[in-house]
Design a protein around this ligand. Structure first.
Ligand SMILES: [Ca+2]
Ligand SMILES: [Ca+2]
Ligand SMILES: [Ca+2]
Length: 217
């Protein structure tokens, strides 16, 4: 099982790297058309199952383009950025990055391999094909994550740096969702991806909870 997951991750990385410049160009050409109502609609729909699709589909043609998926995420990133920027200087420091409402971000990097193994075990036990086994690099430490986003290496994350990361992430998930490779996401493709995302998320959360409680006891 493990053997299948590793090459898949590598292949995805290659695909993402290969297509990113193209996607970036396409996005920057169109992302000026930022619509707040579209972003709000996305957020409302995002929690309502299948209803989300129609809200993201700004052109209402029954298909989602990369731009339609990216636009609301860019607005969301900007709101998240402003929330994180505690001292309002337009930059996010490592300290601000790690700050959450209740303390600091949990570092899961030490148990990354255990989380991956646990998710793989549950997938095997339940024969649930919707569970996608993550790669350990999904659980890098907050410091590493910060450095990966701070591409200018000045010790701060700018809004542009954050939005670049968001564009990369949306582009990568777009490629994964677009099963028939027609550069559009149909409602079926969207729902399939959502099922996978939910199954993977809840299994991962379950594993993290189990592994963290083992630590305490
Ligand atoms: Ca700041
Ligand atoms: Ca920077
Ligand atoms: Ca498609």
């Amino acid at each position: 099982m493990k053997l299948i997951n590793i090459p898949l991750g590598v292949v995805m990385n290659k695909i993402t790297k290969k297509f990113n410049p193209l996607l970036l160009t396409a996005l920057f050409a169109t992302s000026a058309v930022l619509s707040i109502s579209q972003a709000n609609a996305f957020e409302r729909g995002g929690h309502r199952g299948a209803g989300g699709f129609n809200n993201i589909d700004a052109s209402q043609d029954g298909q989602l383009s990369l731009d339609e998926l990216t636009t609301p995420q860019m607005s969301k990133a900007e709101r998240r950025f402003n929330q994180k920027d505690g001292d309002d200087d337009g930059l996010i420091s490592l300290e601000e990055f790690q700050q959450t409402r209740n303390g600091t971000i949990t570092d899961l990097s030490d148990i990354a391999n255990e989380i991956v193994q646990c998710v793989a075990d549950i997938k095997a036990e339940t024969s649930n094909d919707d569970i996608m086994v993550p790669t350990p690099d999904k659980f890098i430490s907050p410091t590493e994550k910060f450095s990966a986003t701070d591409t200018s290496e000045d010790g701060f994350i700018s809004l542009e740096e954050l939005q670049e990361k968001v564009i990369e992430k949306v582009a990568a998930s777009f490629l994964m969702m677009d099963q028939n490779a027609d550069n559009l996401i149909s409602e079926d493709e969207y729902n399939a991806a959502k099922t996978i995302k939910n199954a993977t998320k809840s299994t991962t959360r379950q594993c993290i909870e189990e592994l963290s409680s083992e630590d305490i006891i």
